[in-house]
Design a protein around this ligand. Structure first.
Ligand SMILES: [Zn+2]
Length: 226
């Protein structure tokens, strides 16, 4: 695959300008200053903003997608329980989409979005799962803090994206985005380019994804261009 130019950045391809914000987690260089400010303002209130996921390239998302499709990673139903892998390719595609973004259309490709928890509230040895239960449980205070900052417009450009009532992706309270930067990155996003990328990728369920791409975009991609 040769998708190396800057025009392929919104799809997790090309060579984005990344900075290591926390050990092993990279973000767009334009975001770091604002992330530092948000981290500081959380710290003042007793929270330790820790990143659990940040930039993710296309190949990584493709690997998650393909492993789920091939049964190498567990497939979860909408309640988070392990489910039997559907034989029908379209059913399988929608099952994967319950918890995983389409490769090339994950907001984690942008370098502007991160999944966050409060390390100060994390019990020792606890493995973070990023679930709604954590948001209303051990990280509830942290999320109340974030919500109040977002609502007051005092979050240095960050906000939640996967909120109830928007598109078909399940709400993800832990996923925050630096919107002024992500808007810039998404300006040149085109479904036709994504289609070309898929056509040249070794992607599971490719046929049905390509056949349904327009409606998938309406439900899983465009509602989150905010
Ligand atoms: Zn996320």
């Amino acid at each position: 695959m040769n998708f190396d130019g800057d025009e392929f950045l919104p799809y997790g391809l090309g060579r984005p300008n990344l900075v290591e914000a926390q050990p092993g987690y990279f973000v767009d260089s334009e975001v770091t200053l604002f992330l530092d400010k948000l981290t500081q303002s959380a710290k003042v209130c007793g929270f330790e903003l820790r990143i659990e996921s940040a930039y993710r390239p296309f190949e990584k998302q493709l690997s998650i997608w393909n492993r789920k499709a091939r049964g190498e990673l567990p497939l979860l139903d909408d309640k988070g329980n392990v489910m039997v892998r559907p034989q029908d390719e379209e059913e399988l595609m929608y099952a994967i989409l319950t918890w995983s973004a389409l490769p090339g259309a994950s907001r984690h490709h942008l370098g502007t979005d991160i999944d966050v928890v409060d390390a100060a509230a994390c019990p020792e040895g606890y493995e973070v799962e990023l679930t709604p239960a954590e948001c209303t449980g051990m990280f509830a205070k942290f999320h109340e803090f974030l919500t109040s900052r977002f609502e007051a417009g005092e979050a240095f450009g960050f906000d939640r994206v996967f909120v109830p009532g928007r598109g078909k992706i399940r709400p993800e309270g832990w996923h925050i985005a630096h919107l002024p930067t992500s808007r810039k990155r998404l300006q040149n996003f085109s479904l036709e380019t994504l289609r070309r990328i898929y056509e040249q990728s070794d992607m599971a369920c490719k046929k049905v994804v390509l056949a349904r791409l327009d409606s998938l975009a309406e439900e899983y991609i465009y509602p989150y261009f905010v």
